[in-house]
Design a binder for this molecule. Sequence first.
Ligand code: SF4
Ligand code: SF4
Length: 370
Amino acid sequence: MAQVEAPAAPAKAAPKTPRRAIESGVPDNTPFLHPLMKKNYGNWKYHDRPRPGVLHHVAHSGDELWTVKAGTQRQMDVWTIRKLCEIIDKFGEGQVRFTIRSNVEIGVSKREKVEPLINALESAGFPVGGTGNSVSMIAHTQGWLHCDIPGTDASGAVKALMDDLIVEFKREEMPNRVHLSTSCCEINCGGQADIAIIVQHTKPPKINHDLVANVCERPAVVARCPVAAIRPALVNGKPSLEVDEKKCICCGACYPPCPPMQINDPEHSKLAIWVGGKNSNARGKPTFMKMVASGLPNNPPRWPEVSEVVTRILRVYKDDARSWERMADWIERIGWPRFFEKTGLTFTKYLIDDWRGSRGSLNASTHIRF
Ligand code: SF4
Ligand code: SF4
């Protein structure tokens, strides 16, 4: 009988390198710091501002660093970025840092480099400023260019407004720093600011019932509504959704997961102005902003009604606030009735959030219970 050989044992696989977790948090910023900033990190003796738009840091080691701050239009084409990089390479030292407000900060190690760098930036259209008690560049959300749910173009409103405020960006003549922000929907980015421009939907969504069944995950849309105003419904024999318009607070949260629930409207999507917000706890506690003007027309390409209200508030704040009072501190000192009196803005019932009806609406949702 022929001998059957046992099959050879499979070769042992080489041990694999364990897969490393992919860190997707905030990236390490140290490779992007100016070498002097890195070298003296946490070891600064003092810092000052020789002129608006320039920061000067002096380290215990004796090193000095000048940082020139300039505004950009945030959403830049490749030619503009190249132009900026050429200036940074030629007049700076090849280092740049973008701030959350779309400014650039360019560090140089010699005082003599500051003026030529400022001249090059200004002549290429990048205004130098935004430091200290200035009106800083507006923190703006993405708008139509980069997001799927905006009700307005944040970048356009920012450009129009900063054209009016460029002098205040380049000077440090406000009582304290002024942070502005825009939000192009009611629900997501943006944040607390001294003055914020926020889109405001005033009508419930209009539903295109022919598309809902093919495009929307109906349970997800129903769950998304913060006041439980959306119900599944059969319309013309097709599965769709319906909105209880008495409950709907026109927040727009159903539109992102279900575009057939169109809420953007050239006439009924408005803009509102909010004031007195502050994120930091420097010198005073953080504060929430409050709405002071509502129903302003969403009027591209220059949004003159919005610019008029914002510049009016800034003018009164500049004249009336004491040194170092932020917008919220000033309003708290003079009181809300005086704020409306001085700014000439009209106080209406639409500015009051009295939560009337919230027991019937919020309590019906899975999100908030009381
Ligand atoms: S504010 Fe809203 S619409 Fe604008 S970018 Fe953020 S998520 Fe998108
Ligand atoms: S998610 Fe907002 S806009 Fe949509 S139905 Fe509910 S309350 Fe109205």
